[in-house]
Write a protein that binds this ligand. Structure first.
Ligand SMILES: C[S@@+](CC[C@H](N)C(=O)[O-])C[C@H]1O[C@@H](n2cnc3c(N)ncnc32)[C@H](O)[C@@H]1O
Length: 486
């Protein structure tokens, strides 16, 4: 522990690997597992312990491989581990101390997880490949193999065997990039296809440099180039040095395209772990650096001050329980341009929002907003006509439908605006509408900053649907059955 504490002073990331573990596949950088607001990374082993009648499930958090992000939290955690002197003689010593802090029952065996402690909030559990234990829980594709609890001779022999077997599959580190060769160096098309398949169901269907396509493209999956082509004409030819935020980025197609256009820092926010893994793989294949934050956009944008030149808010609005709050916050974060796209209700009208044929009162209101903002005045100065009760009933009044249950079989949707609502929503967030390349898309630039307010440490409600389905905020697992029905 003192060595790790020391190392935290000199390095932003510190990884510990037990001496009885060997690296058998170094093609992926452990640092690529970094998640937003997670400071400790390790594997939790889940296996059935057969020494009991009936056999019992056992869970252990294994510190044989752990990565720590340097900071106060990591220091406090290591210190707290070190201070549990009553465990000095426990056969797992510091591992036992770490487990106890994280809410595991250590004794009597088998160990198991019993309570969520505050420490656990900063932990990200890695795939078992990072600490594969052949006698307990082995990974089919291990990166690190760990031989705990064996007599020394046997341990050395098995470590040597694992190293020999591993070196035949070992690939160059993923940071060695070879875009021109069609993917990470050393990978064959078969390797890449296999990895694409392992990464599960893909929403974005596009071609990787190797010629392999992601997923099948069967709806609701789609080829995102269609969406890209809609707003791409609004971007400068060269985005050199521009920062980009891509919320609900999925497997990263739009972040990738922005990087390929020369963008500097690019950050993608995506709470679904499976999509984060896909995006990480895509960025590796194309050899681009994109920071990926695995978090819900509400929690992320309410706790972040950073601003970005370009903000991509695509296909996410209607998935949010508090969509306007997020739109407002993202508008504040936008320095140059926001591309906003949302599913909308029904079949959109052909005419633009401020059509002349709308009923008189409503038409007046909408024409007034469109005309005044169009003439370059600020939203503050707009004199919005008063609406009366009957106008709210009108089919073409801006509105959003709230979805308590599923929508087209998908539980991850909450609000669907109509065609007329998109532009007023964007304007009310302080943005000026520049174009509407598609009924579901608005391109806008900042017009007015409303500023932000701080209330200590905000507390955010978790929410979900009665029938199950996604619950935010926090990392999520893909709810495939529902998504695929969309
Ligand atoms: C319909 S897809 C759109 C993906 C991509 N932006 C596009 O336009 O193709 C919605 C994405 O938003 C993500 N998402 C859903 N709820 C979210 C939330 N609360 N915060 C951030 N992302 C979310 C989903 O996991 C999914 O990747």
């Amino acid at each position: 522990m003192p060595i790790l504490l020391d190392a935290l002073d000199s390095f932003s990331l510190v990884a510990w690997i037990d001496a009885d573990a060997v690296i058998v596949d170094d093609s992926r950088d452990l640092a690529s597992e970094l998640r937003w607001r997670r400071d400790l990374y390790l594997v939790e082993h889940v296996f059935v312990s057969t020494g009991y009648v009936p056999p019992k499930e056992s869970r252990t958090a294994n510190t044989g491989l752990m990565m720590l992000r340097s900071g106060d939290w990591a220091r406090r955690f290591l210190q707290a581990v070190w201070e549990q002197e009553d465990l000095i003689d426990h056969h797992w010593w510091e591992n036992a101390a770490a487990m106890r802090l994280l809410g595991y029952r250590i004794d009597p065996p088998p160990a198991n997880h019993e309570q969520r402690t505050a420490w656990l909030r900063r932990v990200h559990f890695l795939d078992v490949a990072w600490n594969s234990m052949p006698d307990y829980q082995a990974s089919p594709t291990p990166r690190i193999v760990h031989f705990g609890g064996l007599p020394l001779d046997e341990r050395l022999e098995r470590m040597t065997d694992a190293l020999r077997a591993g070196s035949s599959v070992s690939r160059p580190p993923s940071r060695v990039r070879a875009v021109s060769q069609g993917g990470a160096a050393g990978q064959t098309t078969e390797d890449i296809q296999q990895r694409v398949d392992e990464l599960g169901w893909w929403y974005h269907h596009f071609e990787l440099p190797s010629g392999v396509w992601t997923g099948t493209g069967e709806p609701p999956a789609y080829d995102p180039i269609e969406r890209w082509n809609l707003f791409e004409p609004n971007l400068p030819d060269d985005l050199e040095g521009k920062s980009v935020l891509d919320v609900g980025g999925n497997s990263g197609y739009f972040s990738l395209r922005m990087k390929q256009r020369g963008a500097g820092r690019c950050l993608m926010v995506e709470p679904v772990v499976e999509f984060v893994d896909q995006a990480t793989f895509v960025f590796e294949q194309f050899g681009v650096d994109v920071d990926v934050v695995c978090e819900d956009v509400h929690a992320w944008c309410l706790t972040t001050d950073e601003r970005f030149d370009y903000v991509l808010f695509l296909g996410l609005f209607y998935h949010l329980k508090y969509p306007v709050l997020v739109l407002d916050r993202l508008a504040e974060m936008t320095k140059e341009l926001m591309v906003f796209n949302s599913h909308i209700q029904g079949v959109p009208p052909q005419a633009p929002g401020a059509d002349e044929s709308a009923p008189s009162g409503l038409g007046k209101l909408r024409r007034s907003v469109a005309k005044t903002l169009g003439s370059g005045q600020t939203a503050e100065a707009v004199e919005v006509a008063d609406a009366d009760r009957d106008e709210l009933w009108s089919a073409s009044y801006p509105r959003m439908s709230f979805l308590e249950g599923a929508y087209r079989g998908d539980l991850s949707n909450w609000w669907v605006p109509n065609y007329e609502a998109l532009e007023p929503l964007v304007r009310s967030a302080g943005l000026k509408v520049l174009s509407r390349p598609h009924p579901e898309m608005v391109v806008a630039e900042p017009q007015r900053y409303f500023g932000t307010a701080r209330y200590g440490e905000l507390v955010f409600p978790r929410y979900g649907k009665a029938e199950g389905g996604p619950v935010f905020p926090g990392e999520q697992r893909l709810f495939v059955e529902q998504v695929k029905k969309t």
